[in-house]
Design a protein around this ligand. Structure first.
Ligand SMILES: [Zn+2]
Length: 437
């Protein structure tokens, strides 16, 4: 059994108290079966568009959809409201951020408030799937004041309802809640069907919900991420994270090479590429005839990794149109004593944000010393070796029903380069956040 010691991140103010819940109303207005079904929450319902291609940034083709910025405004308005109510553990807008010079533009943040006052806990890192344990902290224990809104699919139209009865729906609600230890502006968690107590495990419906959140937010600077167990998820209750960062992530700028020459029978127009010139080996998924086509191919790939016990991270980028998948082995190497001590000394947990190039440092010294060389060394420890990556890639492509093209035919032909997002204004930039260019 492989274990590492690390300081767990506190994502909810209810994480630290060990109040046991009674079956009939705990009196805390929580997200559990005791309180949630008899509650009213605001509801954002998005229209499921089965035939809607997600190409060309056409995120708002239906006239019935709310204005493009509706979810954006709702999320940030509610998030700022929770900030003014003092629900966060620190003020993330005062955290210093700098962009490291050189080629890739890694972003370093000094966040001294995030991990203080907690003792390291042992985490098992060799099991990607683990059954849900209702005795451990999970999101049913969160207080409703940490909820921003419910986020649900709807067949006929999109709408927003400021106060909607939870009980009127047959399905367990999916909710967007704040992360009380934010690493950036608007940092939230998406918890699919919270009452179903799903373990941290990708399934097609939940991944599709996460893609819809990115699509509805309709802002290329809003990304959704996922960490599996063994790849720095701390809570074994299904959740995605998301936040705004108004610069491109280095991984979004990295070139990639297409590994599918032709559309296979089953890929429904989904294009799969491999990252080039990036310290973490990974795959990029784009295209697809519908948002579900893209989601399903990625979900099949993740399920393959889960079934083979390979930890991984996902970044959903470009309003849900581009998805990065990183199988990783940092925690395993750490448990085996194979990570160099100076890297471990910085206490950085290389989860999805770090892998994508946004590195959250806890100590002033590490922040001052941060360089591209450090970022590269840290992330190189995260990556699978070339041989192992090729094995895992073959397994993923097979599971997703994709055919790999003859590499020699495509070499140097299908290398795509980063196109910066259309210059959308970013008024949500942390006002007090220092950005050194
Ligand atoms: Zn309750």
């Amino acid at each position: 059994m492989l274990k590492i010691k690390r300081v767990p991140t506190v994502v909810s103010n209810y994480q630290e108290d060990n109040i046991s819940q009674s079956a009939s109303g705990c009196g805390r207005n929580c997200l559990g079966k005791c309180c949630l079904p008899v509650s009213r929450l605001s509801l954002y319902a998005f229209k499921i568009q089965t035939e809607d291609p997600i190409k060309d940034g056409n995120v708002n083709s239906s006239e019935e959809q709310p204005p493009i910025s509706f979810l954006h405004n709702l999320l940030l308005g509610q998030w700022e409201d929770r900030m003014s109510r003092g629900l966060f553990r620190y003020d993330v807008t005062t955290c210093e951020t700098k962009i490291l010079h050189c080629k890739y533009g890694f972003i370093a943040q000094l966040n001294e408030g995030r991990h203080q006052k907690k003792r390291p806990t042992e985490f098992r890192v060799d099991q990607v799937l683990h059954p849900f344990d209702d005795k451990k902290f999970n999101f049913t224990k969160v207080g409703q004041e940490e909820v921003l809104f419910r986020f649900e699919p709807n067949n006929d139209k999109s709408y927003f309802c400021p106060s909607s009865e939870v009980a009127s729906d047959l399905q367990s609600p999916s909710v967007v809640v704040i992360n009380v230890s934010p690493i950036e502006y608007g940092h939230v968690l998406l918890i699919p069907r919270v009452l179903n107590c799903l373990s941290q495990r990708i399934d097609p419906e939940s991944l599709l919900l996460a893609l819809h959140l990115a699509k509805e937010a309709a802002d290329p600077f809003f990304r959704v991420g996922y960490n599996s167990l063994g790849a720095f998820a701390t809570i074994n209750h299904l959740h995605f994270q998301a936040y705004y960062l108004a610069v491109p992530f280095p991984v979004e700028k990295a070139p990639s090479q297409r590994i599918l020459a032709k559309k296979g029978l089953h890929n429904k127009g989904v294009i799969v590429s491999q990252l080039l010139c990036y310290p973490v080996r990974g795959l990029v998924f784009e295209g697809g005839n519908t948002i579900r086509d893209l989601s399903d191919v990625v979900a099949s790939s993740c399920i393959c990794l889960q079934n083979n016990n390979i930890p991984f991270n996902i970044l959903i980028s470009d309003c849900g149109k581009r998805i990065f998948l990183f199988p990783q082995c940092f925690a395993e190497k750490q448990a085996l004593g194979e990570v160099s001590q100076d890297i471990l000394d910085t206490l950085v947990n290389p989860a999805v944000w770090e892998i994508s190039g946004h590195i959250v440092l806890k100590r002033r010294k590490d922040f001052d010393d941060a360089s591209e060389a450090y970022a590269w060394r840290l992330l190189s420890e995260v990556s699978l070796s070339e041989d192992r990556f090729q094995e895992v890639k073959a397994c993923i492509l097979e599971a997703a029903g994709l055919q790999e093209a003859n590499v020699e035919n495509t070499l140097n032909k299908e290398v795509s380069l980063y196109k910066p997002p259309a210059g959308r204004a970013a008024p949500h930039l942390p006002r007090d956040c220092l950005v050194h260019q």
